[in-house]
Design a protein around this ligand. Structure first.
Ligand SMILES: [Zn+2]
Length: 53
């Protein structure tokens, strides 16, 4: 398992920006159809807006 963060930075679920570590990153974990899904957000504000939609 590698720890690479730059090469495949996840997109913010709300605004689509690449989510990098140490930048107010937030992760929302939900369970859908028995699978754990982790949504990534670049900031607390995006986390809130992502939850509303
Ligand atoms: Zn964002």
């Amino acid at each position: 398992m590698s720890d690479s963060t730059d090469e495949d930075a996840p997109e913010c679920r709300a605004c689509g920006d690449p989510v990098t570590e140490g930048d107010g990153r937030r992760i929302q974990s939900i369970v859908k159809n028995g699978e754990a899904i982790h949504y990534q957000f670049c900031s607390p504000a995006c986390l809130e807006s992502g939850e509303r939609t």
